[in-house]
Design a protein around this ligand. Structure first.
Ligand code: ZN
Length: 427
């Protein structure tokens, strides 16, 4: 099976010249770039990408697909359908399923469910500790052999510095990045939004920025001592970003990601008590949002990840205090990044592709993804950077509807998604 993507604007951060090349795909891999003026090969199918961007497939390194255990919120199949509609060719589900993904059997099960769905690649993240309860290390080597690409106790951060140190020593032996949800629960427990003027005004208990910052600093110190690779998940605070920036300058192996809601919304959105503005880490105040934008601009932030966290409508219908944390994000991430970052001039298209594809691939050691150089997997995201569209929650492919972006207009959208040389989504 030969496919030619012609007349598109190819954006590949790995390539020096990256415009106006046709991309030839054979048997699920990229085999060549051909100038449109040259003789074109005989192929089975041609996709005309005139006016469109052709990028290496986007990798969402932080999602919650809820299977096994909470299939009423999402399944791996429904989550992958939302992923490819959102332009993602690979997704990394966090291990906070039920049971927790802390062993090779569950890692394998998740991968198999992804293969059965036949949409996005599913690259699971294994737990750091058994049941993510923070006490005993999980079998990282076995999970890696089964296909896990990182370890994390996302949502239930390891409270004990001694365990975290052992975890990093162990993860380093297996060349696995440790993805760190930084939240000192002794500072944040009971909080439902960012602690500040807004939480006082609304009469809601706050989670201080310090809860994140203290853990970022602690775990960077442990990474420095152990030489392990630490990746800070959904960084949301000024102090957290500054700590990462300093650590990078010192040569510590640290990377970090940001979610679209943290570069788009502030805690002002909580006014009105819409439970679709409740997530952990919470929406922060202006100064933190500005620090996030600065981190995106100057390269401190390595990746954009949705932190897609579906919840059933009945749960989100509870009062603000009692509703669960988390929002959907797979189908709005690309629209938000293009609208809020690219079109506002914060970053260029090449940096956008780096944040969504080549950097996540590098962080997760996915040596055959994140570029469209010959020999790489034919995982491709095709975008119209200027097409305006409106996100309608009720049309989502996800099983859940908990997005604060219902009815929001975006500029820039996903036109087609190709996984392993096969179209899995076309608008
Ligand atoms: Zn988290």
């Amino acid at each position: 099976m030969k496919l030619l993507i012609s007349n598109g604007h190819l954006i590949d951060p790995a390539a020096p010249e990256n415009t106006g090349m046709n991309v030839l795909i054979e048997d699920g891999k990229v085999t060549a770039w051909i100038k449109p003026t040259e003789q074109q090969p005989e192929v089975d199918d041609v996709f005309d990408a005139s006016g469109l961007l052709v990028a290496p497939g986007f990798i969402d390194m932080h999602v919650h697909l809820r299977e096994p255990g909470q299939e009423h919120k999402e399944t791996i199949a429904s989550g992958c359908a939302a992923a490819v509609a959102g332009g993602f060719t690979s997704v990394c589900p966090m291990p906070n399923t039920s049971p927790v993904n802390d062993n090779a059997a569950i890692t394998r099960y998740m991968i198999e469910q992804g293969e059965r769905a036949g949409l996005a690649n599913v690259l699971p993240i294994g737990a750091i500790t058994k049941s993510s309860d923070g006490s005993e290390l999980a079998e990282m080597g076995e999970m890696k052999a089964a296909g896990a690409v990182a370890v994390s106790d996302d949502g239930r951060p390891v409270p004990n510095a001694g365990i975290m140190r052992r975890a990093m020593q162990y993860a380093k032996d297996f060349d696995l990045p440790v993805i760190d949800h930084c939240e000192d629960k002794s500072l944040s427990t009971g909080g439902v939004m960012h602690e500040g003027k807004m939480s006082l005004l609304l009469g809601l208990k706050g989670m201080p920025a310090l809860a994140e910052e203290i853990d970022v600093v602690r775990d960077i110190l442990i990474a420095k001592e152990t030489g392990a690779h630490i990746h800070i998940a959904h960084v949301s605070t000024k102090g957290g970003i500054e700590a990462v920036r300093r650590a990078k300058n010192e040569g510590i192996i640290v990377t970090c990601e940001v979610t679209p809601h943290h570069f788009t919304l502030t805690d002002a959105a909580v006014e009105g008590y819409d439970t679709n503005t409740k997530m952990a880490p919470p929406l922060r105040s202006d100064e933190h949002l500005e620090a996030v934008i600065e981190g995106i601009k100057d390269g401190t932030i390595d990746a954009i990840a949705s932190d897609h966290a579906p919840h059933h409508a009945d749960e989100k219908a509870l009062e603000y205090d009692r509703a669960p944390f988390g929002i959907n994000g797979l189908e709005t991430t690309v629209g938000l990044a293009l609208t809020e970052l690219v079109h506002r001039g914060v970053i260029g298209l090449e940096r956008f592709v780096e944040l969504c594809s080549s950097n996540p691939a590098r962080i997760l050691r996915l040596t055959d993804r994140g570029s469209l150089t010959a020999g790489y997997r034919a995982d491709i995201t095709i975008l119209d950077p200027d097409l305006e569209w409106t996100y309608i929650n009720s049309e989502s492919r996800s099983k859940s509807r908990n997005s604060p972006f219902d009815g929001r207009k975006f500029r820039g959208c996903v036109v087609a998604t190709i996984v392993g040389g096969r179209f899995v989504f076309k608008k």
